[in-house]
Design a protein around this ligand. Structure first.
Ligand SMILES: NC(=O)c1ccc[n+]([C@@H]2O[C@H](COP(=O)([O-])OP(=O)(O)OC[C@H]3O[C@@H](n4cnc5c(N)ncnc54)[C@H](O)[C@@H]3O)[C@@H](O)[C@H]2O)c1
Length: 245
């Protein structure tokens, strides 16, 4: 029960990794506030967790990021942990990426994390709280056919490190998890573009099966707990060795 009396805001709570984080943390006593744009799936997560406060919204709106944090604090009186989990992924030939596709990728994966952090940090400073961002192995290595996704996740890695340094004299901690393939809806919907050269992708396809979202949730539960109080500015790979060699 590491999370008794702790309030945790999780984005992307309607599916995959976000849902598993909600279930894991509530099982450890947390009061979780779930956020997602998908009302139906968010309601499912809430029911699975025994009933949690939720808010349906689009994280690409900086105002929504701010209002979601305010709604969480209004509902529960405090904020101890922010989990920036909502994300999208696409595979495309770099030369085909449209302005709209690029902006959407950055808005969901990078800008939302930035603006959620900005809104949450004043509250987290009051509770000696912490932030866990879900980055990706695509944020720490170059990959063909996912240039926009890599760009967005590389920015999450640097957001994590830079925030950790700006607040190093406080008790705020900021960390990121960098998974490779995880068995969720995101990966199920992932399609390589026509004409992709698969030999380019060999180095990061990995040799082992996909991870399960519950594994990422287990690591999240450790990093965001008081047991990890010396951990800040860390980018933790959970990637079946993909970035090891
Ligand atoms: N699945 C993988 O292989 C993998 C690998 C590395 C990193 N990640 C990262 O993990 C995070 C979670 O992904 P997942 O695999 O659980 O995917 P998922 O598709 O199962 O869940 C993502 C959730 O984010 C929500 N979301 C997307 N856009 C939104 C928006 N504009 N506003 C509000 N909510 C929005 C979706 O509705 C969905 O519920 C993402 O940041 C993803 O990039 C996933």
């Amino acid at each position: 029960m590491r999370y008794e009396n702790k309030v945790v805001l999780v984005t992307g709570a309607g599916s995959g990794i976000g849902r598993e984080i909600v279930l894991r943390l509530t099982s450890e006593g947390a009061t979780v506030f779930g956020h997602d744009r998908d009302a139906e799936r968010l309601a499912e997560t809430s029911a699975m967790a025994g009933g949690i406060e939720t808010r349906v919204g689009d994280v690409t709106s900086p105002e929504e990021c701010k209002e979601a944090v305010a709604a969480c604090v209004a509902a529960h009186g405090r904020l101890d942990v922010l989990g920036n989990v909502a994300g999208i992924a696409r595979s495309e030939h770099f030369l085909d990426v449209t302005v709209e596709q690029y902006r959407q990728m950055m808005a969901v994966n990078t800008d939302a994390a930035f603006f959620f952090c900005q809104a949450a940090i004043p509250h987290l400073l009051e509770t000696d709280g912490n932030i866990v961002n879900i980055a990706s192995n695509a944020g720490v290595m170059g990959q063909a056919y996912t240039v926009a996704y890599c760009t967005s996740k590389g920015a999450v890695v640097q957001l994590t490190r830079a925030l950790a340094m700006e607040f190093i004299k406080t008790k705020l901690r900021v960390n990121a998890i960098a998974p490779s393939g995880v068995n969720t809806n995101l990966i199920k919907g992932f399609q390589f573009p026509t004409g992709a050269d698969f030999s380019l992708m060999q180095p990061y396809m990995g040799h082992r099966p996909l991870s399960e979202a519950s594994e990422i949730a287990g690591l999240f539960a450790y990093i965001a707990s008081d047991e990890a109080r010396s951990m800040t500015g860390a980018i933790i790979n959970v990637d079946n060795g993909v970035t090891a060699g």
